[in-house]
Design a protein around this ligand. Structure first.
Ligand SMILES: Nc1ncnc2c1ncn2[C@@H]1O[C@H](COP(=O)(O)OP(=O)(O)OP(=O)(O)O)[C@@H](O)[C@H]1O
Ligand SMILES: [Mg+2]
Length: 319
């Protein structure tokens, strides 16, 4: 009997089409768009592997994936950890892993939900905030950006105290981080699959991409555009980060300054896979890695649950 692989996707076309077509050429597996309806509490996942490209936007899918993990599935990526994750944790983790990161300071929110009355409910917060110490640590120019953001939303370059306060005052309910601005000479976005394989792509965040979004992947026929040692460090750091985070499908960005790759953005569990953005060569490499990894875990019995105290309950052999 074939092992089933289900995909959860939004409007994207190129990734699911190519992935399903190539997976279905592999003997012993069957891939398709997963179909969900009502889910009973006593639920065994009909899919051995679920690939999640969209649960950040569809809450029901996230809850389904957690139930599917308990129901025995291997989820790419782990929906429980994804729900807990944020970018600031990532920077802390990177600094402990010995991966270069810009100096970063997390700040208390500017605004709060209506039930929070600033002078009564926030007794744990320093007030006034020690801006001097914060700025002394990070220094200008800096970037103010959400600690759990995406899609370049609310990312501002600030060059002095006045710009910082103006951007902070406009940050609303977001938890923000103030981060050293890396005046990079080069930039890479890497696709990391199975915590083991890395496609290193040159990426220019200053250009507009072919579909009008910010950022453009630069096409190369091989990896020789990057110094060999630097290439190896980027690959090693990407793997270190993804292993520590436990993500099997993730994009990792580095800003390169004075030959040092600084990890900028590396918690992207549903990374951009559009062929229009990556270009055909990188797209093909990424799809092949995804097919190879997904079919491997479909066949080797891996389960997301083995990371959690309820692992035995998800294993039919132990129930
Ligand atoms: N510390 C930094 N130094 C220099 N540039 C930065 C820094 N942090 C962010 N940037 C720039 O801002 C862009 C967006 O930041 P980041 O990737 O952290 O946010 P994002 O919202 O996750 O964006 P996306 O989803 O588009 O990747 C980066 O591609 C980079 O060009
Ligand atoms: Mg980014």
């Amino acid at each position: 009997m074939s092992e089933r692989i289900g995909l959860l996707v939004g409007w994207e076309q190129s990734f699911p089409e190519a992935f399903i077509e190539r997976c279905n050429k592999v003997p012993g597996v069957e891939a398709e768009l997963a179909k969900l309806g009502g889910t009973p509490e006593k639920f065994t996942s009909p899919y051995r592997v679920l690939i999640d490209r969209i649960s950040q936007e569809v809450k029901h899918y996230r809850f389904y994936l957690k139930a599917a993990a308990l129901g025995g599935a291997y989820c790419i990526n782990d929906p429980l950890w994804w729900s807990a994750d944020d970018k600031f944790f990532g920077y802390s983790l990177a600094s402990r892993l010995g991966v270069a990161v810009p100096r970063t300071m997390m700040l208390p929110q500017k605004d709060y939900v209506p039930g929070i009355i600033k002078d009564r409910s926030l007794r744990n917060l320093e007030y006034p905030l020690g801006w001097e110490q914060i700025v002394d640590y990070v220094r200008f120019p800096a970037i103010l950006k959400p600690a759990d953001g995406g899609g370049w939303k609310d990312v501002t370059v600030v060059r002095n105290a006045a710009e910082l306060l103006a951007a902070y005052d406009a940050s609303g309910l977001n938890v923000m981080t103030l981060q050293e601005f890396i005046d990079f000479e080069d930039y890479t976005r890497c696709m990391v699959v199975g915590q083991n394989d890395v496609v290193v792509m040159q990426y220019n965040p200053k250009l507009i991409g072919p579909t009008g979004l910010r950022g453009r992947y630069i096409q190369h026929d091989d990896d020789t555009w990057l110094d060999k040692k630097l290439y190896q460090r980027i690959v090693d750091d990407s793997i270190k980060l993804c292993r520590a985070l436990g993500y099997d499908m993730n994009s990792v960005e580095f800003a390169i300054k004075d030959g040092v790759p600084y990890a900028i953005d590396f918690t992207n569990p549903a990374p951009d896979m559009h062929i229009e953005h990556l270009g055909p060569r990188y797209f093909d490499l990424c799809i092949d890695l995804m097919v190879e990894f997904s079919t491997k875990v479909a066949k080797n019995g891996a389960r997301t649950a083995t990371r959690y105290p309820w692992a035995d309950l998800a294993d039919p052999a132990k129930r």
